[in-house]
Design a protein around this ligand. Structure first.
Ligand code: NAD
Length: 327
């Protein structure tokens, strides 16, 4: 890793969405390396937000909503911002596109304005998504792939990313956007499928219940939390990343059926049923996806280190010890 501990020690860092799945993972890693970490989170119901996610991290949790105007208290004197807060539900974005837009696009403008006042030179790493490529026209998907958002969330996340990249161009602020694939690991929301189908698979496996696989042939390149966190840190540490949007993939692609079998193996047993996609999900499904993240690897030297088998084993082990806090 490039700068690692020496880069982060004493750095003043804001993690928006810091009580969520990926944000809290970043908070733990940053605090371990001696950064002064503030986690801003509105603790939105239905998301991965959980105060317990930050236990033992040493990060300061500030409960605030990016949609509110007054962010000055948390945006002064920062070195780095990891911008993880979002409305992430695809089905939710179709049911209520206005809230989705307010968080993923309009609130981003509020944060941009607050940072102009309080931290004009802070580096920003923005959590973006593969979602807005839509159904891939070719695989693996590189950054030149046409954009074709399949749902309202894809539209709002694209707008949010573009506001940040614009800010980088016009203000000279170092901004990096990482377009994430499906991520998993400790602190994922597993009580239901709102964050990812894998959450409910984990829960059912740990409770000794069968889980449902919809379709089964779709390919996914799942990224384990530690690899995602390492990528965000490197994006902030590497000046050559500034001004760019990168795909971030994970382990080698597998079909959902292979993934289900790997989950059962990692759990040491379990059952699943293969079903057709429910109609409302099929309408916004993107089919198979895996990323060409060669550009990010070349810029930073990053590569995922955790195999799918190891990541699933570690995740299930982690939740097994804390199941009651997460279901
Ligand atoms: N997890 C994945 O597989 C994945 C894939 C692609 C992109 N992403 C992106 O990564 C980021 C983090 O995702 P995650 O999986 O950790 O989700 P998460 O739901 O666990 O975390 C998001 C957090 O943002 C907070 N939040 C939402 N609206 C807010 C607001 N208005 N003000 C303040 N806080 C607010 C929520 O309370 C939650 O804690 C998101 O931007 C998401 O779009 C994640």
């Amino acid at each position: 890793m490039r700068g690692g501990m020496s880069f982060w020690h004493g750095k003043r860092v804001l993690v928006t969405g810091g009580a969520g799945f990926l944000g809290s993972g970043l908070c733990h890693a940053l605090a371990r390396m001696g950064a002064q970490v503030t986690a801003l989170d509105a603790m939105m119901p239905g998301t991965g937000a959980l105060a317990a996610n930050l236990e033992g991290s040493g990060a300061r949790l500030v409960r605030a909503d990016l949609r509110d105007g007054n962010l000055a208290g948390v945006t002064r004197g920062l070195d780095v911002v990891f911008n993880m807060a979002a409305q992430t539900s695809h089905a939710g974005s179709m049911a209520d596109p206005f809230s989705d837009l307010a968080i993923n696009a309009e609130a981003q403008l509020r944060l941009i304005a607050a940072l102009r006042d309080g931290s004009p030179n802070a580096t920003v790493v923005h959590a973006s998504t593969r979602q807005f490529y839509g159904t891939p026209r070719y695989l693996p998907v590189d950054e030149a792939h046409p954009l074709n958002p399949p749902d309202a969330n894809g539209v709002s996340k694209l707008a949010g990313e573009q506001y940040w990249l614009l800010e980088g161009r016009v203000q000279g602020r170092p901004v990096v956007s990482l377009r994430l694939t499906n991520c998993y690991g400790p602190r994922l929301r597993i009580c239901d499928a709102r964050q990812t189908f894998l959450g409910i698979w984990f829960r059912r496996l740990l409770e000794g219940q069968p889980f449902e696989v919809w379709g089964g042939a779709q390919l996914r390149d799942l990224a384990y939390l530690d690899d995602v966190v390492a990528a965000f840190l490197l994006a902030a540490e590497t000046p050559a990343c500034a001004g760019r949007a990168f795909n971030l993939g994970g382990a080698a692609p597998v079909s959902l059926l292979q993934l289900a079998e790997a989950c059962v193996a990692a759990n040491g047993g379990g059952r699943f049923e293969v079903k057709d996609f429910p109609a409302e999900r099929a309408a916004i499904d993107i089919g198979s996806y895996h990323a060409d993240d060669g550009a990010f690897r070349s810029a930073t030297g990053w590569a995922p280190k955790v195999t799918l088998e190891e990541g699933l084993r570690r995740s299930l082990e982690w939740f097994r010890l804390r199941l009651s806090a997460y279901v």
